[in-house]
Design a protein around this ligand. Structure first.
Ligand SMILES: [Zn+2]
Length: 414
């Protein structure tokens, strides 16, 4: 991608005040643009990062055998009423009316729709277990939405639902989802705390949250630094960790995922049955598992902000390599930079090439905001000595142009 062609909006002189650093960064550097409170447009830069997160999640869901589906956002009132959540769900639904005065709730979660779908199949014990997921828009009628992508009213969510014969069959799958989640967050550069949690209006017997320690987080948890587990309760007396006996600290944290054992709650309310081996009809045992993508992106930003901008984790970065050509009268500079851009692009490496007629200062300023962890700087002085400057994270090296062109994957740690 030529940077001169990148649709890129920076808002460096914002007067509004921001409560949360990631919010300020994402707006100032043009990853997102606010449309209304808690409603955002993702620019090409922001959407590239979001898509990378989406693809990591999709890969790890497919790795545990879950199949992707797509459910609608418009969910009819009658379906919500089967579980009595039309009026009781918290936060309340965004309700819309069609031209025939028929009411719909915009999906904030999809248990009703997934059970409706599963009911369409005459389930036998042979069909179980199975799991389905989607990655699509959710709507939350939040009271406040001031923290950027940490709390929005429309956002992408990955929601996974699993169906089982028994609690015994459910448990190993729940553990596999936990493992898959840890893999996802590791690939995103984040180490979450696993917390015993309250199931809230989703319901169910037990649930776990994945939390990230952060002072801007709205949840306060007790957390053990030794084994990274925690509990979500009001501050009380000094606690010891149940897992390892370590001391627990009381910290602010961001919830990046929540997984639930639903048991028979939804299958009972909506009459989802399967035929067991002995011919008897039984309620299907269910689990559900969610990750909010925008909030995860904001949490990653919180962790990877630098004093100049950001340094994205490898797998999330909007581009693989940033080639920066320092403006010069010497034609050779453009030649070398262009050649590197073409060479890397041919290898399917996603390169952003700064070909703009801007000063070196402006280019580096923008580069720090775009935050690609691999950089190649082509300057007049370098070209005179037949070298380019290669920067991988915080390590800078001068490399002979000839050597670089032959072995760029090695020099870029690709
Ligand atoms: Zn512990």
């Amino acid at each position: 991608m030529l940077q001169s062609k990148l649709f890129y909006i920076t808002q460096k002189d914002l007067s509004e005040s921001f409560v949360v650093p990631s919010h300020k960064f994402l707006v100032k550097s043009g990853y997102i643009v606010q449309l209304a409170a808690g409603v955002y447009i993702f620019t090409p830069l922001g959407w590239k990062v979001h898509r990378k997160i989406e693809n990591i999640i999709r890969e790890e869901m497919e790795n545990i055998g879950a199949q992707e589906i797509h459910m609608p956002s418009l969910i009819n009132k009658e379906l919500w009423e089967e579980t009595n959540r039309w009026k009781t769900i918290d936060p309340p639904l965004f309700q819309v009316k069609d031209r025939h005065d028929k009411l719909f709730g915009l999906g904030s979660t999809h248990e009703e729709v997934i059970v409706f779908l599963a009911r369409k199949k005459q389930l036998s014990y042979k069909d179980l277990p199975f799991s389905l997921f989607q990655i699509q828009n959710k709507f939350r009628n939040e009271l406040r939405a001031q923290a950027g992508l940490l709390r929005t009213r429309e956002f992408y969510m990955k929601d996974l639902y699993s169906f089982h014969r028994s609690k015994e069959d459910f448990k190993p799958f729940y553990e596999r989802v936990k493992e898959a989640y840890f893999k996802i967050f590791k690939r995103c550069g984040i180490k979450p705390i696993l917390v015993d949690a309250d199931p809230g209006t989703i319901g169910g017997e037990f649930s776990h949250e994945f939390m990230v320690e952060d002072e801007v987080g709205e949840d306060r948890i007790y957390f053990c630094r030794k084994c990274y587990t925690g509990i979500n309760i009001e501050k009380g007396k000094e606690l010891k960790c149940k897992n390892c006996g370590g001391d627990m600290s009381y910290v602010n944290s961001i919830e990046i995922a929540h997984i639930f054992y639903l048991g028979e709650i939804y299958s009972k309310k909506m009459n989802l049955l399967f035929q067991d081996k002995d011919g008897s009809k039984k309620y299907v045992i269910m689990g559900c598992y969610g990750i909010g993508l925008g909030r995860l992106m904001a949490t990653i930003v919180q962790k990877f902000l630098t004093d100049k901008g950001i340094l994205w984790p490898d797998q999330i970065s909007p581009f693989d390599v940033h080639v920066i050509e320092i403006k010069s009268k010497a034609k050779k500079v453009r030649e070398v930079a262009k050649n590197i851009y073409n060479l890397l692009s041919k290898e399917k490496i996603d390169v952003l090439y700064d070909d703009r007629e801007k000063s070196a200062g402006e280019k580096f300023f923008d580069a720090d905001y775009i935050g690609v962890p691999r950089r190649v700087v082509v300057s007049e002085r370098g070209v005179k000595d037949n070298v380019v400057e290669v920067k991988v994270k915080d390590k800078i090296k001068k490399v002979k142009i000839k050597d670089f062109n032959k072995n760029f994957k090695k020099y870029l740690s690709l």
